[in-house]
Design a protein around this ligand. Sequence first.
Ligand code: SF4
Ligand code: MG
Length: 327
Amino acid sequence: MNSILDIEHLRTHFKTDDGTVRAVDDVSFQVRQGEIVCIVGESGSGKSITAMSVMGLVEGPAGRVVGGNIRFDGEELLKLSRNELRTIRGNEIAMIFQEPMTSLNPVLKIGEQLMEPLIEHRKLNKKAARKRAIELINEVGISRAEQIADSYPHELSGGMLQRIMIAIAISCGPKLLIADEPTTALDVTIQAQILDMLRKFKEESNMSILLITHDLGVVAEMADYVVVMYAGKVVEEGEVVALFENPKHPYTQGLLKSKPIINQRQEELYSIPGQVPNPLELVPSCYFHERCAHCMEICKTTQPALKEVGNQQKVACWLYEEATANV
Ligand code: SF4
Ligand code: MG
């Protein structure tokens, strides 16, 4: 399978008054065509910032991609101008967020917001865009599409708004959909419907999905491939079945201790004792060492690299390094 998104050694930093936060610290992974990759981790693990880096949404006075490559469909995104990126964003790469209201314009009718990308990227005239907008509203399972098109966002429920966000996202037939906690704010039944719908669209169009979640139930149900992040780093990755059956990293093992219950919303990941380290006080070490029951001397002073451990699984942990096998 071709890879549609290829992230290599991505580093995204934020400058604060107290120092530099390495929010994304040398992260590499791929999303192949037609595949759903889930990034899972606690809040502050860097999973959202990774997604925003791909979309070119962290450029600003404080946050910046300081290194690495992001290749999308063979093209290096980090080299593109703002305008070039804009032609890709919302068109070939679409994004949906946890809170639809943050992306929708409160003073524009739903139909007009659906028409916008169709007019901009697909060059439809107003009439054709309106017709397509109505079809899209139907396709995301909302009845009375005409009436909905003439409504304002505040007139719709959270579940409906997320459906509208998905309609906008798929309107131009993206190759990649990035979904950041798309169902976290929704109740369980609606969450399941939305996930089913995303999978259906994926299957019909062969788009790829990069799904960011803290909910292992969502991972179990949706992912082909899983990337586990901790404190800005990838600590483990692999095919979903291998990773769930045989998690290698003590952090992943801890997460999986709470068996995900499919279709049951999880507010928080199973809480592993201890806290994510202060991002301003990171020293060379395994960042998980203060919470790890298997911590060895080397873990406190030297960072383990992400290495293949067979079965297409990779893990960053000294437990799996030959050199320390006899320690
Ligand atoms: Fe635990 Fe050491 Fe592995 Fe880190 S490297 S997860 S501290 S055993
Ligand atoms: Mg987030």
